[in-house]
Design a binder for this molecule. Structure first.
Ligand code: NAI
Ligand code: MG
Length: 332
């Protein structure tokens, strides 16, 4: 089978790490025809916008995209490309698997959890105004519909992946209506999965427990802002931005991307860690049914990290992006 997949190389280190991910995926076997399109700061000169229509058209036609990080120019009225992509393509699930990697030094062992974050509303609805000089209102939108489709996806996914315990992360003591509704809807969905243990946990409690004993968590589900914060916190538990993958998934489309941004401080130096985006590409392969290729990539990265010889500076090594890429390909 030949797959058509949209590739958005991205800004800053994006071009470096997406080139690496493409090389590794291609070395792995699946026959992919990449449609390369530009978005973000890099698209502005050529197209006058950070999100050219051809980007959306390409993903709508191919359904799946691999995306490097995008820089949203500050000011000048540019909206965040990432937020816009998620909304326009209704990528309502942000999924981030976070697991301990042998060879990557952290204070924790045996972390193996997945964060599900609502990806289309909450405080990221873009509804801000200044009713009175010096007073700004930012609206947090919470719909029953969004809570239901997110939790349904997360529980189905948990069942197929053999996950046993779900924490519903909330702050219903302060946001009685919004988080109260989230909990009510989530428990309705949860009742269809009696063999998965469901617990409620206050967002602040979850932060404390994650810092103390993250091994106790399996699946976490939450609204957009809590998820933004907590998913980066969780990335920090296992070695940081250079190694953690992510996916944005909806009913019709899916966009796979690393957690990190365009890292302007190291862009162009050839030292960016390609592992996070490559693992995102592995999630993408799993999504399209190429599970064997996905497993081979994960295992190769696991062996490379365990050996600890060829690592980029963020992991304490001195290897370049292309040396790490070559080493992963050799492990395949
Ligand atoms: P960042 O993730 O780009 O960088 C934070 C720190 O982590 C930097 O010191 C950077 O060098 C390091 N880092 C990140 N990825 C790395 C990698 N693969 N290998 C080695 N080191 C790595 O976050 P920052 O600086 O806050 O944002 C920079 C730009 O990226 C901003 O314009 C922001 O809007 C954008 N961004 C885009 C995202 C996306 O497209 N999904 C996500 C986050 C930020
Ligand atoms: Mg973030």
């Amino acid at each position: 089978m030949k797959y058509g997949i949209t590739l958005i190389p991205g800004d800053g280190i994006g071009t470096e790490v997406s080139e690496a991910a493409v090389r590794i995926v291609e070395a792995c076997g699946p026959d992919i025809e990449w449609d390369r399109v530009d978005a973000g700061a890099g698209a502005v000169d050529k197209h006058g916008t950070t999100l050219p229509e051809e980007v959306l058209a390409s993903i709508r036609e191919r359904r799946v995209a691999l995306k490097g990080p995008l820089t949203t120019p500050v000011g000048k009225g540019f909206v965040s490309v990432n937020v816009t992509l998620r909304k326009k393509l209704e990528l309502y699930v942000s999924l981030r698997p976070v697991n301990t990697l042998a060879g990557v030094k952290t204070p924790y062992e045996d972390v193996d959890l997945v964060v599900f974050r609502e990806n289309t509303e909450g405080l990221y609805s873009g509804l801000e105004h200044e009713p009175v000089d010096g007073v700004v209102e930012t609206l947090r939108v919470s719909s029953e519909h969004a809570a239901r489709r997110l939790t349904r996806f997360a529980y189905d996914w948990s069942r197929f992946e053999g996950r046993r315990k779900v924490h519903l992360v909330h702050n219903a003591s302060d946001f009685k209506l919004a988080d109260g509704q989230f909990l009510e809807v989530a428990h309705q969905v949860a009742s269809d999965y009696p063999y998965i243990e469901t617990r409620d946990i206050l967002m602040t409690q979850a932060c404390m427990q994650l810092a103390k004993a993250p091994e106790g968590f399996d699946v976490l589900i939450m609204e957009n802002l809590f998820g933004d914060i907590m998913s980066d916190l969780c990335a920090g538990l296992v070695g940081g931005l250079g190694v953690v993958p992510g996916a944005n998934i909806g009913d019709r489309y899916a966009v796979f991307e690393a957690v990190h941004g365009s890292a302007p401080d190291i862009a162009g130096k050839g030292v960016a860690n390609p592992i996070a985006l490559t693992r995102s590409a592995a999630l993408m392969l799993k999504h399209i049914g190429e599970r064997d290729a996905a497993r081979r990539i994960e295992r190769s990265i696991g062996r490379l990290l365990e050996r600890g010889e060829t690592l980029t500076p963020d992991l304490g090594g001195s290897a370049s992006t292309s040396q790490v890429t070559d080493a992963i390909i050799r492990e395949l």
